[in-house]
Design a protein around this ligand. Sequence first.
Ligand code: CU
Length: 271
Amino acid sequence: MNKFLFVFLATIYSTIVSANQPKEWQLGFQDAASEIMRDIVNFHNNLLLPIIIAISVFVLFLMIYTCVRFRESKNPNPSKRTHNFAVEILWTLIPCLILIVIAVPSFQILYKQDTIPKTEVTIKVVGYQWYWGYEYPDENIIFESYMIKEEDLKENQPRLLTVDNEIVVPVNKVVKVLITANDVLHAWALPAFGVKRDAVPGRINETWFKAEKIGTYYGQCSELCGIQHAFMPITVRVVFEEEYAEWLSEAKMKFAKEPITKKKYKKIASK
Ligand SMILES: [Cu+2]
């Protein structure tokens, strides 16, 4: 396909694809856009939720039963018993078993998040009070990302989530994210990808994601970091590879880490 036609269609498509952000009256998670997030959602919906509901119903039943069965009028002389060996064993063992049943799939997901597959794009994230700094170390790109104030928002830009410089990544590629901070603790979190890692000054944390759908994804700082903690959102635009390449060549000039020499400019422009 003609490259320009492709980029044109891709741009139209990416604006049609709905953005992933919290919706009004939403219950539960945002739609998953990565395998890890799908695992997390399945883990929650198919294992945790049934256990939580069963325990809540059981405890509610016990409370109602005791209130009715042992009310004063029906049970004027209460039993003086304080111990029951069998019941004590049961209420220790059963919760242990439940925790083990939860732990196995939980560790599986944790290990999957921790093992980074062969990386195709690397991004370094630095938390500042109160904005994010981004770097593409392999591409000589470095920039800062500030929230857009409410009065400056354009149509369809979500409040408190839109930034001036969003990060752009290609779809279906493994993106490694190196996360650190420059002043206090922050946390880089993107619900749709199942990513949340602390940004710790003097230390680099790693995580990864592989976005499976193009679109715009929103996250927020998730570690209370000061007065403007709520105003340092994260915006990631997932695009087709062609569009990514185009963005890269533009960003390399706009956000060059070092001033571009004439020679370097020629090299980038000729790519
Ligand atoms: Cu923060």
